[in-house]
Design a protein around this ligand. Sequence first.
Ligand code: A2P
Length: 332
Amino acid sequence: MGKKYHVAIVGATGAVGLELLRVMERRDFPVADLRLLASPRSAGTKLKFRGEERVVAVLDEDSFAGIDLAFFSAGSGTAKQFASVAQRAGAVAIDNSSAFRMDAEVPLVIPEINPEDARTHRGLIANPNCTTAVALMALHPLHQAFGLRRVFASSYQAVSGSGARAIAELREQVEASVSNASATPQVYPHPIAFNVIPHVDSFLENGYTREEMKLQNEGRKMLHLPDFRASLTCVRVPVYRAHSVALSAEFSRPISVEAAREVLAKAPGLDLIDEPSANRYPTPLDAAGKDNCQVGRLRIDCALDNGLSLWVAGDQLLKGAALNAVQIAELL
Ligand code: A2P
Protein backbone atom coordinates (compact mmCIF):
# COMPACT_ATOMS: atom_id res chain seq x y z
CA MET A 1 0.00 0.00 0.00
CA GLY A 2 1.21 3.54 -0.80
CA LYS A 3 1.92 6.18 1.78
CA LYS A 4 -1.03 8.00 3.32
CA TYR A 5 -0.87 11.59 4.46
CA HIS A 6 -1.98 13.56 7.47
CA VAL A 7 -3.85 16.45 5.88
CA ALA A 8 -5.16 19.75 7.27
CA ILE A 9 -7.58 22.11 5.53
CA VAL A 10 -7.46 25.69 6.75
CA GLY A 11 -10.73 27.37 5.76
CA ALA A 12 -12.56 24.03 5.53
CA THR A 13 -15.99 25.68 5.84
CA GLY A 14 -15.43 28.08 2.93
CA ALA A 15 -16.41 27.74 -0.72
CA VAL A 16 -12.98 26.37 -1.70
CA GLY A 17 -12.51 24.36 1.52
CA LEU A 18 -15.72 22.40 0.95
CA GLU A 19 -14.66 21.77 -2.63
CA LEU A 20 -11.29 20.44 -1.44
CA LEU A 21 -13.13 17.73 0.54
CA ARG A 22 -15.10 16.66 -2.54
CA VAL A 23 -12.03 16.70 -4.82
CA MET A 24 -10.00 14.55 -2.38
CA GLU A 25 -12.90 12.09 -2.16
CA ARG A 26 -13.30 11.89 -5.91
CA ARG A 27 -9.60 11.46 -6.60
CA ASP A 28 -9.18 8.97 -3.79
CA PHE A 29 -6.44 11.11 -2.27
CA PRO A 30 -4.42 8.98 0.19
CA VAL A 31 -5.60 10.56 3.46
CA ALA A 32 -4.52 8.92 6.72
CA ASP A 33 -6.10 11.61 8.85
CA LEU A 34 -7.92 14.85 8.11
CA ARG A 35 -7.96 17.95 10.30
CA LEU A 36 -10.59 20.58 9.44
CA LEU A 37 -9.76 24.09 10.58
CA ALA A 38 -11.57 27.43 10.46
CA SER A 39 -12.23 30.53 12.56
CA PRO A 40 -13.95 30.44 15.98
CA ARG A 41 -17.19 31.30 14.11
CA SER A 42 -17.53 27.76 12.85
CA ALA A 43 -15.89 25.75 15.64
CA GLY A 44 -17.90 22.59 16.19
CA THR A 45 -19.44 22.60 12.68
CA LYS A 46 -19.64 19.06 11.31
CA LEU A 47 -18.55 18.27 7.76
CA LYS A 48 -18.67 14.91 5.99
CA PHE A 49 -15.63 13.27 4.43
CA ARG A 50 -15.97 9.80 2.91
CA GLY A 51 -19.27 9.33 4.69
CA GLU A 52 -17.91 10.17 8.15
CA GLU A 53 -18.71 13.31 10.09
CA ARG A 54 -15.75 15.38 11.21
CA VAL A 55 -15.78 18.33 13.58
CA VAL A 56 -14.22 21.64 12.55
CA ALA A 57 -11.62 22.95 15.01
CA VAL A 58 -10.35 26.47 15.57
CA LEU A 59 -7.07 27.28 13.79
CA ASP A 60 -4.26 28.00 16.25
CA GLU A 61 -0.49 27.68 16.70
CA ASP A 62 -0.80 23.97 17.57
CA SER A 63 -3.03 23.00 14.66
CA PHE A 64 -0.27 21.49 12.51
CA ALA A 65 1.40 18.99 14.85
CA GLY A 66 1.85 15.73 12.91
CA ILE A 67 0.45 17.21 9.66
CA ASP A 68 2.21 16.37 6.35
CA LEU A 69 0.16 18.54 4.04
CA ALA A 70 -1.80 21.73 4.80
CA PHE A 71 -4.20 23.24 2.27
CA PHE A 72 -4.86 26.92 2.97
CA SER A 73 -8.02 28.54 1.62
CA ALA A 74 -8.74 31.19 4.24
CA GLY A 75 -7.46 34.37 2.63
CA SER A 76 -4.12 36.18 2.59
CA GLY A 77 -4.11 37.34 6.22
CA THR A 78 -4.54 33.84 7.62
CA ALA A 79 -1.98 32.45 5.17
CA LYS A 80 0.62 35.07 6.14
CA GLN A 81 0.05 34.35 9.80
CA PHE A 82 -0.10 30.55 9.71
CA ALA A 83 1.73 29.17 6.63
CA SER A 84 5.06 29.47 8.44
CA VAL A 85 3.55 27.76 11.49
CA ALA A 86 2.61 24.81 9.26
CA GLN A 87 6.08 24.78 7.66
CA ARG A 88 7.81 24.81 11.06
CA ALA A 89 5.68 21.83 12.08
CA GLY A 90 7.11 19.97 9.06
CA ALA A 91 4.09 20.24 6.77
CA VAL A 92 4.07 21.35 3.14
CA ALA A 93 1.60 24.22 2.78
CA ILE A 94 -0.35 24.77 -0.45
CA ASP A 95 -1.88 28.23 -0.31
CA ASN A 96 -4.79 29.37 -2.39
CA SER A 97 -4.50 33.06 -1.51
CA SER A 98 -2.45 35.74 -3.22
CA ALA A 99 -0.16 36.13 -0.17
CA PHE A 100 2.91 34.35 -1.59
CA ARG A 101 2.26 33.98 -5.32
CA MET A 102 4.78 36.56 -6.46
CA ASP A 103 7.38 35.67 -3.81
CA ALA A 104 10.52 34.53 -5.71
CA GLU A 105 11.15 31.81 -3.11
CA VAL A 106 7.68 30.31 -3.52
CA PRO A 107 6.77 28.22 -6.59
CA LEU A 108 3.49 29.14 -8.27
CA VAL A 109 2.25 26.05 -10.05
CA ILE A 110 -0.31 24.71 -12.50
CA PRO A 111 0.64 21.04 -12.93
CA GLU A 112 -0.23 21.01 -16.66
CA ILE A 113 1.98 24.08 -17.22
CA ASN A 114 5.02 24.25 -14.94
CA PRO A 115 5.17 21.08 -12.81
CA GLU A 116 8.98 21.32 -12.66
CA ASP A 117 8.74 24.50 -10.56
CA ALA A 118 7.12 22.57 -7.70
CA ARG A 119 10.39 20.70 -7.12
CA THR A 120 12.14 23.76 -5.75
CA HIS A 121 9.66 24.29 -2.92
CA ARG A 122 10.75 24.91 0.65
CA GLY A 123 7.56 23.81 2.34
CA LEU A 124 5.26 26.31 0.64
CA ILE A 125 3.66 26.30 -2.82
CA ALA A 126 1.19 28.89 -4.11
CA ASN A 127 -1.93 28.14 -6.11
CA PRO A 128 -2.60 30.72 -8.85
CA ASN A 129 -5.45 33.18 -9.19
CA CYS A 130 -8.60 31.51 -10.49
CA THR A 131 -9.12 33.68 -13.60
CA THR A 132 -5.42 33.42 -14.46
CA ALA A 133 -5.57 29.63 -14.14
CA VAL A 134 -8.60 29.30 -16.44
CA ALA A 135 -7.08 31.64 -19.07
CA LEU A 136 -3.64 29.99 -18.98
CA MET A 137 -5.06 26.50 -19.46
CA ALA A 138 -5.79 27.60 -23.05
CA LEU A 139 -2.99 30.14 -23.51
CA HIS A 140 -0.15 27.83 -22.43
CA PRO A 141 -0.55 25.18 -25.18
CA LEU A 142 -0.96 27.98 -27.74
CA HIS A 143 2.17 29.62 -26.35
CA GLN A 144 4.17 26.43 -26.81
CA ALA A 145 3.08 26.18 -30.44
CA PHE A 146 3.02 29.83 -31.54
CA GLY A 147 4.93 31.96 -28.97
CA LEU A 148 2.63 34.13 -26.87
CA ARG A 149 3.37 37.87 -26.80
CA ARG A 150 0.38 39.72 -25.39
CA VAL A 151 -3.28 39.40 -24.55
CA PHE A 152 -6.31 41.69 -24.37
CA ALA A 153 -9.12 40.18 -22.33
CA SER A 154 -12.31 40.54 -20.31
CA SER A 155 -13.41 38.12 -17.61
CA TYR A 156 -16.92 37.10 -16.56
CA GLN A 157 -16.43 35.97 -12.98
CA ALA A 158 -18.81 33.91 -10.86
CA VAL A 159 -19.83 34.99 -7.37
CA SER A 160 -18.46 31.81 -5.74
CA GLY A 161 -15.02 33.29 -6.40
CA SER A 162 -15.80 35.75 -3.59
CA GLY A 163 -16.68 32.99 -1.15
CA ALA A 164 -19.73 31.54 0.51
CA ARG A 165 -21.23 34.90 1.55
CA ALA A 166 -21.31 36.11 -2.04
CA ILE A 167 -23.18 32.98 -3.18
CA ALA A 168 -25.81 33.75 -0.51
CA GLU A 169 -25.90 37.41 -1.56
CA LEU A 170 -26.77 36.60 -5.19
CA ARG A 171 -29.46 34.12 -4.09
CA GLU A 172 -31.00 36.65 -1.66
CA GLN A 173 -31.07 39.39 -4.30
CA VAL A 174 -32.65 37.10 -6.90
CA GLU A 175 -35.31 35.97 -4.41
CA ALA A 176 -35.91 39.54 -3.21
CA SER A 177 -36.34 40.72 -6.78
CA VAL A 178 -38.90 38.00 -7.56
CA SER A 179 -40.98 39.01 -4.54
CA ASN A 180 -40.50 42.75 -5.12
CA ALA A 181 -38.54 43.07 -1.86
CA SER A 182 -35.15 44.75 -1.51
CA ALA A 183 -31.86 43.21 -0.41
CA THR A 184 -28.95 45.47 0.54
CA PRO A 185 -25.59 44.54 -1.02
CA GLN A 186 -23.03 43.47 1.59
CA VAL A 187 -20.23 41.72 -0.27
CA TYR A 188 -20.28 43.78 -3.50
CA PRO A 189 -20.54 47.57 -3.80
CA HIS A 190 -23.59 47.23 -6.11
CA PRO A 191 -26.41 44.73 -6.62
CA ILE A 192 -25.09 41.65 -8.41
CA ALA A 193 -28.45 40.09 -9.38
CA PHE A 194 -29.40 41.17 -12.94
CA ASN A 195 -26.26 43.31 -13.09
CA VAL A 196 -22.57 43.12 -14.05
CA ILE A 197 -19.90 44.88 -11.98
CA PRO A 198 -16.59 45.91 -13.63
CA HIS A 199 -14.77 45.72 -10.33
CA VAL A 200 -13.04 42.63 -8.91
CA ASP A 201 -10.56 43.14 -6.07
CA SER A 202 -9.14 46.54 -5.09
CA PHE A 203 -8.04 49.33 -7.43
CA LEU A 204 -4.36 50.12 -8.04
CA GLU A 205 -2.75 53.44 -8.94
CA ASN A 206 -2.56 52.46 -12.62
CA GLY A 207 -6.36 52.17 -12.79
CA TYR A 208 -6.38 48.38 -13.07
CA THR A 209 -7.55 46.23 -10.16
CA ARG A 210 -5.24 43.80 -8.38
CA GLU A 211 -7.16 40.91 -9.93
CA GLU A 212 -6.64 42.34 -13.42
CA MET A 213 -2.85 42.52 -13.04
CA LYS A 214 -2.63 38.88 -11.89
CA LEU A 215 -2.90 37.52 -15.45
CA GLN A 216 0.25 39.40 -16.46
CA ASN A 217 2.18 38.97 -13.21
CA GLU A 218 1.34 35.33 -12.49
CA GLY A 219 1.38 34.51 -16.23
CA ARG A 220 4.97 35.77 -16.52
CA LYS A 221 6.02 33.61 -13.58
CA MET A 222 4.31 30.36 -14.60
CA LEU A 223 5.00 30.63 -18.34
CA HIS A 224 8.60 31.75 -17.64
CA LEU A 225 7.88 34.62 -20.00
CA PRO A 226 9.11 37.90 -18.48
CA ASP A 227 7.95 40.03 -21.43
CA PHE A 228 4.37 38.70 -21.49
CA ARG A 229 1.81 41.54 -21.39
CA ALA A 230 -1.86 41.20 -20.50
CA SER A 231 -4.52 43.90 -20.36
CA LEU A 232 -7.56 42.50 -18.59
CA THR A 233 -10.89 43.94 -17.43
CA CYS A 234 -12.38 41.78 -14.68
CA VAL A 235 -16.16 41.74 -14.43
CA ARG A 236 -18.31 40.08 -11.76
CA VAL A 237 -21.43 38.53 -13.26
CA PRO A 238 -24.53 36.94 -11.70
CA VAL A 239 -23.29 33.39 -12.28
CA TYR A 240 -22.94 31.05 -9.30
CA ARG A 241 -20.07 28.99 -10.54
CA ALA A 242 -17.38 28.94 -13.28
CA HIS A 243 -15.46 31.90 -14.67
CA SER A 244 -15.28 32.73 -18.37
CA VAL A 245 -12.66 34.82 -20.17
CA ALA A 246 -12.82 36.40 -23.66
CA LEU A 247 -9.26 36.57 -24.97
CA SER A 248 -7.54 38.22 -27.93
CA ALA A 249 -4.00 36.86 -27.99
CA GLU A 250 -1.08 37.91 -30.18
CA PHE A 251 1.68 35.44 -31.04
CA SER A 252 5.17 35.80 -32.47
CA ARG A 253 4.55 33.14 -35.15
CA PRO A 254 1.74 32.88 -37.71
CA ILE A 255 -1.34 31.08 -36.41
CA SER A 256 -4.38 29.53 -38.09
CA VAL A 257 -7.66 28.38 -36.58
CA GLU A 258 -6.99 24.83 -37.79
CA ALA A 259 -3.52 24.71 -36.22
CA ALA A 260 -4.83 26.24 -32.97
CA ARG A 261 -7.67 23.69 -32.84
CA GLU A 262 -5.23 20.85 -33.28
CA VAL A 263 -3.07 22.15 -30.41
CA LEU A 264 -6.00 22.80 -28.05
CA ALA A 265 -7.70 19.47 -28.79
CA LYS A 266 -4.59 17.68 -27.48
CA ALA A 267 -3.98 19.92 -24.45
CA PRO A 268 -4.32 18.23 -21.04
CA GLY A 269 -7.09 19.49 -18.75
CA LEU A 270 -8.90 21.21 -21.61
CA ASP A 271 -11.96 20.35 -23.74
CA LEU A 272 -12.33 21.95 -27.16
CA ILE A 273 -15.99 22.83 -27.76
CA ASP A 274 -16.04 24.82 -30.96
CA GLU A 275 -18.92 24.23 -33.35
CA PRO A 276 -20.56 27.65 -33.60
CA SER A 277 -22.94 26.53 -36.37
CA ALA A 278 -24.45 24.02 -33.92
CA ASN A 279 -24.49 26.59 -31.05
CA ARG A 280 -21.70 24.65 -29.38
CA TYR A 281 -19.22 26.71 -27.34
CA PRO A 282 -18.29 26.78 -23.65
CA THR A 283 -20.68 28.31 -21.12
CA PRO A 284 -20.19 28.62 -17.36
CA LEU A 285 -23.28 26.48 -16.67
CA ASP A 286 -21.74 23.68 -18.70
CA ALA A 287 -18.23 24.13 -17.27
CA ALA A 288 -19.46 24.18 -13.63
CA GLY A 289 -18.56 21.03 -11.73
CA LYS A 290 -16.15 19.79 -14.43
CA ASP A 291 -12.44 19.28 -13.87
CA ASN A 292 -11.50 20.28 -17.41
CA CYS A 293 -11.65 23.87 -18.63
CA GLN A 294 -13.42 24.45 -21.92
CA VAL A 295 -12.29 26.48 -24.95
CA GLY A 296 -14.12 27.56 -28.08
CA ARG A 297 -15.12 30.46 -30.38
CA LEU A 298 -11.72 30.28 -32.08
CA ARG A 299 -11.22 32.85 -34.82
CA ILE A 300 -8.39 34.81 -36.38
CA ASP A 301 -8.32 38.13 -34.56
CA CYS A 302 -9.08 40.88 -37.07
CA ALA A 303 -7.30 43.62 -35.08
CA LEU A 304 -3.99 41.92 -34.22
CA ASP A 305 -1.11 40.48 -36.24
CA ASN A 306 -0.74 36.72 -35.69
CA GLY A 307 -3.77 37.04 -33.41
CA LEU A 308 -6.35 34.54 -32.22
CA SER A 309 -9.60 35.36 -30.42
CA LEU A 310 -11.04 32.71 -28.16
CA TRP A 311 -13.36 32.07 -25.23
CA VAL A 312 -12.48 29.94 -22.21
CA ALA A 313 -14.71 28.80 -19.34
CA GLY A 314 -13.66 26.85 -16.28
CA ASP A 315 -14.91 25.97 -12.82
CA GLN A 316 -12.84 28.35 -10.75
CA LEU A 317 -13.51 26.43 -7.54
CA LEU A 318 -11.98 23.37 -9.23
CA LYS A 319 -9.18 24.22 -11.71
CA GLY A 320 -8.95 27.71 -10.28
CA ALA A 321 -8.61 26.48 -6.71
CA ALA A 322 -9.35 23.09 -5.10
CA LEU A 323 -8.56 20.77 -8.01
CA ASN A 324 -5.30 22.55 -8.82
CA ALA A 325 -4.27 22.44 -5.14
CA VAL A 326 -4.90 18.69 -4.93
CA GLN A 327 -3.08 18.16 -8.26
CA ILE A 328 -0.08 20.02 -6.80
CA ALA A 329 -0.20 17.71 -3.77
CA GLU A 330 -0.36 14.68 -6.07
CA LEU A 331 2.64 16.02 -7.97
CA LEU A 332 4.65 16.11 -4.75
P1 A2P B 1 -15.33 30.53 8.97
O1 A2P B 1 -16.35 29.71 8.27
O2 A2P B 1 -15.15 30.10 10.38
O3 A2P B 1 -15.50 32.01 8.81
P2 A2P B 1 -14.92 31.82 1.95
O4 A2P B 1 -13.78 32.01 0.98
O5 A2P B 1 -16.00 30.96 1.43
O6 A2P B 1 -15.39 33.12 2.54
O7 A2P B 1 -14.29 30.99 3.18
C1 A2P B 1 -13.21 31.44 3.93
C2 A2P B 1 -12.76 30.32 4.87
O8 A2P B 1 -11.67 30.81 5.65
C3 A2P B 1 -13.82 29.88 5.85
O9 A2P B 1 -13.65 28.51 6.11
C4 A2P B 1 -13.48 30.72 7.07
O10 A2P B 1 -13.91 30.14 8.29
C5 A2P B 1 -11.98 30.68 7.02
N1 A2P B 1 -11.39 31.77 7.77
C6 A2P B 1 -11.56 33.10 7.59
N2 A2P B 1 -10.85 33.80 8.49
C7 A2P B 1 -10.21 32.91 9.28
C8 A2P B 1 -9.31 33.01 10.38
N3 A2P B 1 -8.92 34.18 10.88
N4 A2P B 1 -8.86 31.85 10.93
C9 A2P B 1 -9.25 30.65 10.43
N5 A2P B 1 -10.08 30.50 9.39
C10 A2P B 1 -10.55 31.60 8.81
